[in-house]
Design a protein around this ligand. Structure first.
Ligand code: UDP
Ligand code: MG
Length: 141
């Protein structure tokens, strides 16, 4: 059965921008066959950061995560294609550096859990929640 066409939110987080990995990250998703439906550089407001990461509110790492994600410009994009949500997560690699396989973005470029270069929605429902935080419907092609 063919994979269904999905949209997912990908971020090059502020550490990825600082380390000049924007092109590398975009390249990997393009090479995997995904189309870019929206793309922008922006500095996230605290309000948007708290909306995005509401699911983590109360956890030990929450305050530092909000601090980090608002610490500088990030690049947000909407990718579209077959199985985009789960397959983009495979391209990214696991959250923890000990678990992220070499060959994934995090496996190749991150050695700590917080500053891990990239974000990707973890489900279709998360993508539908996250995309409007970053893009108006009219921004997407
Ligand atoms: N994070 C952190 N410490 C932790 C777990 C997560 O700083 O112990 C940060 C990290 O940047 C991660 C983000 O919080 O990417 C969101 O965590 P989640 O568990 O949702 O990981 P992801 O979905 O990004 O792989
Ligand atoms: Mg997550």
């Amino acid at each position: 059965m063919p994979e269904s066409i999905q949209r997912t939110l990908i971020l090059v987080k502020p550490d990825g921008v600082r380390r000049a990995l924007v092109g590398e990250v975009i390249h990997r998703f393009e090479m995997k066959g995904y189309q870019i439906r929206g793309l922008k550089m922006m500095k996230l407001t605290r309000e948007k950061a708290e909306r995005h990461y509401a699911v983590h509110k109360g956890k030990a790492f929450y305050d530092e995560l909000i601090e980090f994600i608002t610490s500088g410009p990030l690049v947000a994009m909407v990718l579209e294609g077959p199985g985009a949500v789960a397959i983009a997560r495979k391209v990214m690699g696991a959250t923890r550096p000990h678990d992220a396989e070499i060959g994934t973005i995090r496996g190749d470029f991150a050695n700590q859990t917080r500053q891990n270069i990239v974000h990707g929605s973890d489900s279709v429902e998360s993508a539908q929640y996250e995309i409007p935080i970053y893009f108006e419907e009219s921004d997407l092609v």
